[in-house]
Design a protein around this ligand. Structure first.
Ligand code: ADP
Ligand code: MG
Length: 692
């Protein structure tokens, strides 16, 4: 019977029921599945040498005749050796196989074999240990670029290679082509048959690159097509027309907005009066002044008689935003209220009633904003601050509170991710970038110190306090289950925040006012400490990363980060953004006792620049996208071939192509797009919860 892509693996030579089970673990059921099981790397086994000319430092193939019957010797229980003597015109090689007694049966004297391995040389004696071998002319495992697959226990690479070889040889005809011919031509992409064959068995690395490029493009193209469709559909939804001139709003600000803030407001103004639903991301480094931009949105909503809900990721931030926005907007008649889990009982009842009656214009809060029983009179705008803490699902849950006409959505993020990636992560959002800091900021000076500098560092804290400044001391907390950590250096002395705060306040700084916050405190306690710090009632605030996002205390001039190697670069950068917000010269001290050279290199990168985008780029290269946003929060589907960091250029290309295609055929209705449509749907079904 001819083999097809549907042929089950069970029953193929070498695959019994037990192995079939193991192959299933790799997701492989049919021969066709193996085509998509991609090599994780390749071994170049093409070079063939004479025995006497073989290099000593790397493997190669030699072609030699077995000169005598292989001999087996049993060294001890569990260890046997097969010794083979093989010759070519230039010399003799003595080959040893460990625990492979069967070789004595299969290897024939007088037969030529190709052996692949490293030839070692001692004087005129040549030897090899455990080489790969096969009869000359068979060329299955030698004389080629050998794919090396991800494996599972009980499945050898040779077995898998045998299967992919059959699939490539016999099942490529009629493989469906998802990329339209015109597109392949425009982007110089090979056909699917070529790609599938050469990703497994390239004759050269050039062929491999051609094959890989096509598969990467395909994967990214399907992803970006889906995203472009989402965006397109959103774009059609009609939204409330809200009018409000940024000029009129900026008169309320205690400062003149930067050019970048102005541009972001103009973008928002354009969206809000367009008659379509706004879905905009405002991306700006820490301290770039996103709150003022958000306030513009809230102000516009209020002026047009609709409500605005603003969600923050923590109660601390919600409280701070409520305070700031109240101060800023109440002179313009905007009624601001705060809803967090801490608002309860009669107070909550009154608040909800006022909200339903339309007596509140701006409601600031946490997830509580979209809990059961929260009814708006007319929700016109939803603002999410620091969106990467929210799932897309939560964002849309809140959007549903809008009733018949969906509310406009504005998302603020301080995670400075590479722009192209932002377009993927935030998929369906338009993006405004605030790439300019308010004037008069002195860049934060960052230094890396070891334990030996601890005492002088404490001296520096005291000096800052004496000058009236305030200090943050941040530590990764064991309690928080290592959320910050990525590199578990053994023997690391983690400072549990409470114990450390006590030590600091009682022994190190008995003369200073030391407070502490961590995630386990009740929100009321947290708020008490934070507002005390903000009001200048504390000199030193010891905390976990709860202060990471958004907290704004301009008088703070020094941040010390303990066990800095436990944090990602982007996270450190965000933390550091808590200082340098005023006019005072500011410092960030990274403390580490790590001796790892890579850890220190990473931290030094942070000392060298204050540019969040540059740091994100670096973090991204070093750690991939997952860690930029925290595990599984980035909303990116797992990719099979492509690598977001390495394939950035191709991502841009695929994205442009996808947007063009979706513009011409939004629902992928054309017959030539049928398969594409199915693949997009499959991908998005698998990641429904991520991609909304
Ligand atoms: P982030 O983008 O991190 O949310 P904030 O909105 O908290 O930044 O702003 C950081 C600080 O900068 C605040 O104290 C804010 O009042 C101030 N600020 C914002 N915009 C300007 C500006 N254009 N000129 C001067 N100060 C500004
Ligand atoms: Mg902010």
């Amino acid at each position: 019977m001819p083999l097809t892509r549907e042929t089950p693996l069970t029953g193929l030579p070498g695959v019994g029921p037990a192995r079939a089970k193991k192959l299933e673990k790799l997701g492989l059921h049919t021969l066709g599945d193996t085509l998509e099981h991609l090599p994780q790397r390749y071994e170049d086994r093409r070079a063939c040498c004479a025995i006497a000319d073989a290099p000593e430092d790397r493997p190669c193939c030699i072609s030699a005749v077995v000169a005598a019957q292989p001999r087996v010797s049993f060294v001890r229980r569990g260890l046997s050796l097969v010794k083979v003597r093989a010759v070519d015109g230039t010399g003799t090689v003595f080959i040893t196989f460990f625990n492979q007694d069967y070789i004595r049966e299969v290897m024939c004297t007088g037969q030529t074999y190709v052996f692949y391995g490293t030839v070692e040389r001692q004087g005129n004696l040549f030897s090899m240990t455990n080489p790969v071998f096969e009869r000359e002319g068979s060329s299955r495992f030698t004389g080629l670029i050998m794919p090396v697959y991800p494996l599972t226990a009980g499945i050898s690479n040779n077995l898998l290679a045998g299967l992919t070889r059959r699939a490539v040889d016999e099942c490529l005809d009629g493989l469906p082509e998802v990329l339209p011919a015109r597109l392949r031509k425009a982007h110089q992409l090979c056909q699917i048959q070529y790609a599938r064959k050469h990703i497994h068995y390239p004759a050269s690395f050039e062929e491999l690159a051609i094959a890989r490029r096509r598969l990467v493009f395909e994967e990214l193209f399907i992803l970006t097509c889906g995203l472009a469709q989402l965006k397109d559909r959103r774009g059609q939804g009609s939204g409330r027309v809200l009018a409000g001139e940024p000029e009129a709003f900026t008169a309320l600000l205690p400062f003149a907005p930067t050019g970048a803030q102005r541009r972001a407001m103009e973008d928002i103004a354009g969206d809000l009066r367009s008659g379509k639903v706004m879905n905009r991301l405002v991306q700006g480094d820490v301290g770039s002044g996103k709150t003022a931009v958000a306030a513009y949105g809230a102000w516009t909503a209020a002026r047009n008689g609709v409500q605005c809900a603003m969600m923050a990721p923590t109660e601390l931030l919600a409280e701070q935003h409520a305070r700031t926005l109240e101060r800023l907007l109440s002179p313009a008649g905007v009624r601001v209220a705060l809803l967090t889990a801490a608002v309860k009982g009669r107070e909550k009842k009154a608040l909800l009633a006022a909200l339903a009656a339309g007596e509140i214009d701006l409601l600031v809060g946490t997830h509580a904003l979209f809990s059961e029983g929260v009814e708006y009179r007319e929700l016109g705008l939803v603002i999410a601050d620091e969106q990467h803490r929210f799932g897309v699902a939560q964002r849309s849950a809140l959007a549903e509170k809008g009733g018949v006409v969906p509310p406009h959505v504005l998302v603020m993020s301080a995670t400075p991710i590479p722009r192209t990636l932002a377009l993927i992560v935030y998929g369906d959002l338009d993006v405004s970038v605030i790439n300019e800091l308010p004037p008069g900021r002195t860049p934060v000076k960052t230094v890396l110190v070891g334990e030996n500098k601890r005492q002088s560092m404490y001296g520096f804290v005291r000096k800052q306090a004496a000058e009236g400044r305030q200090v943050y001391i941040v530590c990764p907390s064991v309690e928080e289950n290592g959320g910050a950590g990525w590199e578990d250096a053994p023997g690391l002395d983690l400072k549990a925040v409470t114990a450390y705060a006590r030590e600091l306040s009682e022994r190190v700084f008995p003369d200073l006012r030391v407070g502490f916050v961590h995630g386990r405190l009740k929100s009321r306690e947290k708020e008490a400490v934070m507002s005390s710090f903000a009001g200048g009632g504390l000199d030193v605030l010891v905390s976990t990363t709860v202060i990471e996002v958004g907290v704004d205390v301009p008088n703070a001039s020094l941040m010390i980060i303990e066990n800095a190697e436990r944090f990602g670069l982007s996270q450190l950068h965000q933390l550091r953004g808590r200082v340098g917000r005023g006019t005072h010269e500011s410092w960030c001290v990274l403390v580490t006792s790590s001796r790892s050279e890579t850890a220190r290199e990473r931290l030094k990168a942070l000392c060298a620049t204050n540019d969040g985008f540059e740091i994100a780029e670096k973090d991204f290269q070093l750690r991939g996208p997952g860690d930029l946003f925290g595990t599984r929060q980035h909303g990116l589907p797992q990719l099979k071939v492509a690598d977001f960091a390495a394939d950035m250029e191709l991502l841009k290309e695929a994205q442009a192509a996808a947007e063009e295609l979706i513009a011409s055929d939004p629902e992928l209705k054309k017959p030539s797009h049928r398969l594409l449509k199915r693949r997009v749907r499959e991908l998005f079904e698998k990641h429904a919860e991520l991609l909304n």
